[in-house]
Write a protein that binds this ligand. Structure first.
Ligand SMILES: [Zn+2]
Ligand SMILES: [Zn+2]
Length: 44
């Protein structure tokens, strides 16, 4: 008899927001304007 414990896996609840790879999370691009990659949020 085989027992399948698929529910024993730890749940990964990491937020799906990451520091923008374009502006580094500042929301501002190198020109001093709003980052077009994250729209000033700092996350993408
Ligand atoms: Zn980005
Ligand atoms: Zn950005």
């Amino acid at each position: 008899m085989t027992a399948q414990n698929e529910d024993a896996r730890p749940v990964d609840l990491t937020p799906k927001r990451w520091q923008c790879c374009h502006c580094g999370g500042t929301g501002v691009n190198s020109h001093g304007g709003t980052c077009s990659h994250c729209e000033g949020l700092g996350f993408c």
